[in-house]
Design a protein around this ligand. Structure first.
Ligand code: 0PR
Length: 365
């Protein structure tokens, strides 16, 4: 087949998909990255950090990305890797924790399902700590916790963008032999830029590992997650691989798409601390705009947003979600809270918010 025909064939499928550029994906923690970031991806798409000995340049960029994420999480010399996403990061952290002898996971019902997948894969029992005010109830945690547990708070929960009280969890863990892994997949690139000073990662002494994803609020293309550690947990999961240049593998995946490592580095250079701060400030303003406009339209907001995630309360949330999708709008349903979740990413501009609320009024007015 000729190239032009191949592209025609692909284009018909492309038209069936939704694209961030339309602005109508309100359900996603991702966005379209800047052009320079995308070209960095394609420049390095053949790199494979599964065999790092061949790619010393890409290894250096990975270290730079890890160092930057260390800065965001309060660790000036972190161990870490750029992995495929929050799922792989959470599996890696819990795999290492289990290797260290920790078994039972204590978390909340709002934990991302990747932690449940990890627990299932690793044969680690999960117990849910009750929630109070949409975050982990630390009094309940105190009653439940034992030596040998892994506590997994979330800094930026998937449904609400809320932050479990990590400093208070730390004071409970400190008296016991427990492991603390923080899932800041979304919040890691947000919390450092909020006006409030919130300890959520390595500034909290018991925190051993942190998930923080460049492909969410770091505005890098997927697959780009991040796993950071205070100590070298990667030694715990390392296997010998004599046919690799370095003779070892210390991540979950073998072959690793590493164009996204270059792209994450380019994103960090493009935005820098100031660029990320400006983005978070702007997205928080737009989130407030969404909340105010939604209320003016007569909708109920579930709870005050802490990050750029807002929830509109509706009955029959699944039906409303489906009807909106038919009309070209993607929103997530939070059945537990009977709400529609809107993640205010850079492509969710004010005029998009206005258009969306008009549509929602038609569907659910
Ligand atoms: N941890 C948290 C707190 C998350 O919110 C997510 C993803 C993960 C871990 C897992 O990350 P990966 O998906 O990178 O493995 N939460 C996203 C969300 O619920 C997943 C997603 C993305 C869902 C795009 C829908 C969608 O269109 O928004």
């Amino acid at each position: 087949m000729e190239d032009a025909e191949i592209m025609d064939a692909l284009n018909s499928y492309y038209r069936e998909d939704m694209h961030y550029e339309s602005g109508r994906i309100l359900s996603s923690m991702y966005t379209a990255p800047p052009e320079v970031v995308l070209s960095s991806f394609f420049r390095f798409y053949q790199a494979n950090l599964g065999n790092p000995g061949l790619y010393p340049g890409t290894v250096k960029m990975e270290r730079e990305v890890v160092r930057f994420m260390g800065k965001l999480t309060g660790n000036s010399s972190p161990f870490g890797h750029v992995v495929s996403g929050g799922t792989e990061a959470n599996i890696t952290a819990l795999w290492a924790a289990r290797k260290m002898g920790f078994r039972r996971i204590l978390t909340t019902e709002d934990v991302h399902f990747s932690v449940i997948k990890a627990a299932d894969l690793l044969g680690m029992p999960v117990e849910y700590v009750p929630m109070r005010g949409f975050v982990m109830d630390t009094l309940a945690l105190e009653d439940m916790i034992h030596d040998g547990d892994v506590v997994v708070p979330t800094a930026g929960t998937t449904p609400l963008g809320y932050i479990d009280p990590i400093s208070r969890i730390d004071s409970i863990c400190a008296e016991l032999s427990c492991h603390l892994h923080v899932d800041a997949a979304f919040g890691g690139f947000v919390i450092p830029f909020l006006p409030e000073n919130i300890d959520f990662a390595f500034t909290v002494p018991s925190v051993k590992t942190v998930t923080i994803d460049p492909h969410k609020m770091g505005f890098a293309p997927y697959p780009a997650g991040g796993i950071l550690a205070r100590e070298n947990i990667f030694e715990r999961i390392r296997v010998d691989a004599p046919y690799l240049i370095d003779g070892k593998s210390e991540t979950l995946l073998g072959t690793r798409q590493s164009g996204s490592v270059a792209a994450s580095y380019a994103a960090i250079l493009h935005f820098g601390m100031d660029g990320y701060r400006d983005s978070v400030t702007e997205l928080m303003k737009r989130t407030k705009y969404l909340v105010n406009r939604a209320r003016e339209c007569g909708f109920e907001i579930l709870t005050r947003p802490v990050m750029n995630i807002a929830n509109i309360v509706v009955d029959n949330v699944e039906c409303v979600k489906k009807e909106l999708l038919k009309r070209g709008w993607a929103v997530s349903a939070n059945p537990k809270y009977s709400s529609l979740r809107i993640v205010v990413m850079p492509h969710v501009r004010k005029e998009i918010i206005d258009e969306f609320l008009k549509e929602l009024k038609k569907v659910y007015g």
